[in-house]
Structures are given as structure tokens and as C-alpha cells.
Design a protein around this ligand. Structure first.
Ligand code: C5P
Length: 222
């Protein structure tokens, strides 16, 4: 094995759904293959912005998942502040005017603005999700968060390879539970997701490294 090689598997984003820095560091140390981490509300509100610096200092990318929504001016100023922490992805949960305000706040920074279509835990028709995806694209969002079940259709409707599609709600074993809007990592990749977000299947695993390697292997990303 070439020890100099640093496989940067940006496809897999691991959700750090913890409430303290020690657990974050323990997990990051176990899975050096992972290059991209999601910081959600629980962790960000527990640790404050310091967590961003700690993870970035290890050369990792950050997806800050705060699902921001407010009046446009507040969105703009909040996003400007968060973009100054050099986060790679930032989620908002907005309609057109909020998306425009968020893009304004992100300015020329490296922060990509991703709009949540519909929470994957909620009931929604595919057409609702596709309408929200198209609205997000035309309002200027850099990408969206949606279930893997809709990715293929959205890629057909939005012909722009730069448009980022992130899929949470990933399960590792293929099943026939059509009511639950989940897909496997390999399915998400095949349907055209830019990234997948995986939390508990890795963080609650007795062998997180094995879980990561299995996911990467199943996607041909070893
Ligand atoms: O379910 P899992 O632990 O893999 O979830 C990882 C992340 O994906 C969570 O932090 C949550 O924000 C998001 N998620 C979601 N919709 C779901 C399940 C999880 O957006 N149905």
C-alpha cells in the first residue's frame, strides 16, 4: 500500500450526531478514509463554532447542517458569518427569497448553499420534492438535500452537472420497503447523488471502520 496516498472520498459524508468534541475526535481518528463530515444542530449548539476549526484543522471538509430560515436580511447576515468559518456546504430551508438572501450572504466564499427540499422523514410526493428542487435551482441555490428516491428524476429535470444533490436517509441493505424513502449508498451514486450523508450506520456500528470500508467498496470507491 502506498502510504503517501490520501484517498479523498468526498462522496461519503459522515454525520457527527454527537454533543461533545471528545466523541467527534474519537470517531475521526477511527476512520481516516473519511474526508467530509456533517455538523448538525446538536453538535454545533453544544460546542459552538470552535468545532468547525477543530475539524478543518485535520484537513477535513465540513457540511454545516443548520437548515436556516428567517427573514431575508437575517438569513443573509447569518450565512455571511457562517461562510467566514470556511464551511464547504451549508443548509438552508427556504423559499425563493430566502435562497437569494443566502446566496448573497455566501458571496464569493467557498461555501455552497444547499436547500432542503422536504425532510425525508416526512410524507411527501415525488412531485412536491421535484417542484422544490427546481425552485431551489432557479433561485440560485448551489444544490439541494433530497431523498435518493428522487435524485434520478431531478437530474433529468435539472440538466446541470454542477448542481449538488446530497442524499441523507441512507440504509446499507437493499430492501423492498418502498414506503421508507431510503436508498443504499450504491443506489444513491447510480442515481446521480453528489454526496451521501450516513450517520448511525457508521457512528453506532461496533466497527465504524468496517462500515465505512463496506460503503466505499459497495460504491467502487475503495
Ligand atoms: O439516519 P442517519 O443516522 O444516517 O442520519 C444521518 C443524518 O441524516 C442525520 O443527521 C439527519 O440530519 C439526516 N437524516 C435526514 N432524513 C432522514 C434521516 C436522517 O435528513 N430520514
Amino acid at each position: 500500500m502506498n502510504m503517501m496516498k490520501n484517498p479523498r472520498n468526498d462522496f461519503l459524508i459522515v454525520a457527527l450526531d454527537f454533543d461533545n468534541i471528545q466523541k467527534v475526535n474519537e470517531l475521526i481518528d477511527l476512520i481516516p478514509e473519511v474526508n467530509f463530515y456533517k455538523v448538525g444542530m446538536e453538535l454545533f449548539y453544544s460546542t459552538g463554532p470552535e468545532i468547525i476549526k477543530i475539524i478543518k484543522n485535520q484537513g477535513k471538509k465540513i457540511f454545516l447542517d443548520l437548515k436556516i430560515n428567517d427573514i431575508p436580511k437575517t438569513i443573509e447576515k447569518t450565512v455571511r458569518k457562517l461562510a467566514s468559518y470556511d464551511v464547504d456546504y451549508l443548509t438552508i430551508f427556504c423559499n425563493q427569497e430566502g435562497i437569494i438572501a443566502a446566496r448573497e450572504g455566501a458571496g464569493a466564499s467557498n461555501t455552497k448553499i444547499l436547500n432542503v427540499t422536504v425532510l425525508t422523514s416526512q410524507e411527501a410526493s415525488s412531485s412536491d420534492v421535484i417542484v422544490r428542487a427546481k425552485m431551489s435551482f432557479s433561485a440560485g441555490a448551489d444544490g439541494i438535500i433530497c431523498s435518493g428516491r428522487e435524485t434520478k428524476e431531478i437530474r433529468k429535470e435539472i440538466q446541470n452537472n454542477e448542481f449538488i444533490i446530497v442524499n441523507p436517509g441512507i440504509r446499507l441493505i437493499s430492501g423492498n420497503d418502498d414506503q421508507i424513502r431510503t436508498v443504499t449508498p450504491a443506489e444513491a451514486k447510480q442515481y446521480g447523488a453528489t454526496n451521501i450523508v450516513v450517520g448511525r450506520p457508521i457512528t453506532q456500528s461496533i466497527e465504524p471502520k468496517m462500515a465505512v470500508l463496506n460503503i466505499l467498496k459497495s460504491c467502487g470507491l475503495e
